[in-house]
Design a protein around this ligand. Sequence first.
Ligand SMILES: Nc1ncnc2c1ncn2[C@@H]1O[C@H](COP(=O)(O)OP(=O)(O)OP(=O)(O)O)[C@@H](O)[C@H]1O
Length: 327
Amino acid sequence: MSFLTVSNISKNQLGVPVVKDISFTVDKFQKVAIAGETGSGKSTLLKMIGGFAQPDAGKVSFEDVRVEGPLEVLIPGQPGIAYLSQHFELRNNYRVEEILSYNNKLTEDSATELYELCQISHLLKRKTDQLSGGEKQRIALARLLVTAPRLLLLDEPFSNLDLIHKNKLKEVIHDISENLDITCMLISHDPLDILSWADEVLIMKDGEIVQKGTPREVYGRPVNEYVAGLLGTYNLFSPAKAKKFAGLQGVETNGKNLFLRPESLMLVQENESAVKGKVKHIRFYGSFYETAVTIAKDTVLIRTAKSDVKKGDTVFLSVHPDEVWYL
Ligand SMILES: Nc1ncnc2c1ncn2[C@@H]1O[C@H](COP(=O)(O)OP(=O)(O)OP(=O)(O)O)[C@@H](O)[C@H]1O
């Protein structure tokens, strides 16, 4: 018996399959993130889990009860599941506290604690048209949380937020998962949001789950180039080109493409096994530097916390052996 079971669900939109025979389970308090390119079916999947889109086949069970779709019920949505859409709306000309009072199932103390957690206590007297985008997003989240859901589905909760407000909301979502008895599933385009938060990541492409795993697995051991690219910058060398790295500890030439994240490479002192290259350019990204190094005709990207090389320098590379992967 699982907290949430998705069994063979499929959906067509305008005759095109957009979710294809997807199955997985979610345990209570497991933090699940869904990633995938635009149009891969993430929102449709989340809506079917919440009872806001009708599956054409298969079923979703929440706490052993089948989630009914919008064609089967008068008011779409499943008791115990809250869904925050990408396109949520707050009714105009209402005070925040009014909006929050409608479906409030919490005691006064719990509600006060929740407003603190969502960082909206100071906004309760404001009208909904006197709020910034980030404040609206936190209020929309609080509006769902006062219904005391057991499963929270968040569709791109960080879109359109600057870094400061995004971090605020991330903190709120992190606290929700830790402090309230709520299981959370989240869709995001940003690998950093997903990797730092989730226990399990589902990667979607063309309506299917192409990989499922922990953040470390999907980031460091992607099943294909699509997954690799979705989660960050990478280097990929064909078997012929991978031979250049053959002398490095941990690297095998096994007929597959050699996959290395930029931080899996390091600049080292000249030594017998190190690979020689020339610095092509260096880019500063705030918390790290990305150095492009040319080896023969190929360019490899290396990420380092500090940089003491310059364009044109001859450098020597090595790899972290346990971070080598093949595709
Ligand atoms: N109501 C609808 N009518 C017709 N087609 C739809 C509808 N909703 C979604 N689609 C189509 O289904 C496919 C999957 O859409 P969905 O919104 O689930 O993708 P997504 O992965 O969430 O994308 P994004 O990251 O851009 O939000 C897309 O091709 C989309 O155009």
